[in-house]
Design a protein around this ligand. Sequence first.
Ligand code: BTN
Length: 329
Amino acid sequence: MNKLAFPILAVLADGKFHSGETLAQRFGVTRATVYNAIQSVEALGITVFSVRGRGYRLPKAVTLLDVDAIVQACGEYAPWFHVQVLAQVDSTNRYLMQESARGIAHATCVAAHIQTAGRGRRGRTWLSQLGGSLTFSLLWRFQCGAAGLSGLSLVVGLALVRALHSFGLTDVQLKWPNDLLVQHQGQWHKLGGILIELQGDMEGPSAAVIGIGLNLEIAPEMRLNIDQPVLGLNALSAQALDPNLLLGRCLSQLAIHLNQFAEQGFAYFQREWTTYHAFHQQPVNLLLANGQTIPGQVLGVAEEGSLLVETATGQQRFNAGEISVRSAA
Ligand code: BTN
């Protein structure tokens, strides 16, 4: 990215007009250099209005991520975390997987303003936009091996539900294994997702890169590129959520839940998780990787986090990654 692009974007974040001349003076460069930087901002898919005689502005003000504000919002859990904010990265998960292999500290959180190749589950891409989403990854190191981490993604979902409830968003529910959903106009909409990537031995120790994408506002042009009903959290809230506060609250809840999970596993959370399970005891269709669809009725989640479903051939148990669940209600 052009090295002036993000500093200029940070000025434009107030949503007001800034003339090319003022920006040029501020950064000690020519107006042509400012123009080039604006072009590189636009190349990232960010709309910048340019009006002769007035200058440049963003369609609306954007609250940028700020390390100090995030740390402050973590409250008593602040000392746990090492927070980094990147202007732009392909994927915070990819970046943190690489840094984890190089030995970066436990509880490092990397958030990005712009993700150009966000990764979703099952090999999908995760689309996000500046100011329209909160995208971050958290590295958590465990003594146990990957085999001991079943149920981790469910616990992460629960931590996020608790964080969202603290903003009064009490209708947010979970779809097994870890999507955040809400009922809106009679239909389930996805508010956010979780992608966990693991490193280490089966015997341990292991490291989990926990990637989280939360929709704040979905721009109409982005909605066209997403193949399922999606909603931004701001649509559920009287006031737009401050992404710094939201990230801080997510991190504090993650610290609480991940520490408890390391000691007691998913079994400790099983009952509470079920209370937020969107499809609990509901009819569903299970989509298998081979394209087959199995209808069934959700019975619940097991102690280690697998999904229990009554199907035509009897009770079956599925692990995360094996199936995708769709409501058939
Ligand atoms: C899903 O498919 O539901 C999971 C989406 C996870 C997206 C987040 S955004 C931050 C982190 N970095 C990535 O590349 N992906 C995750």
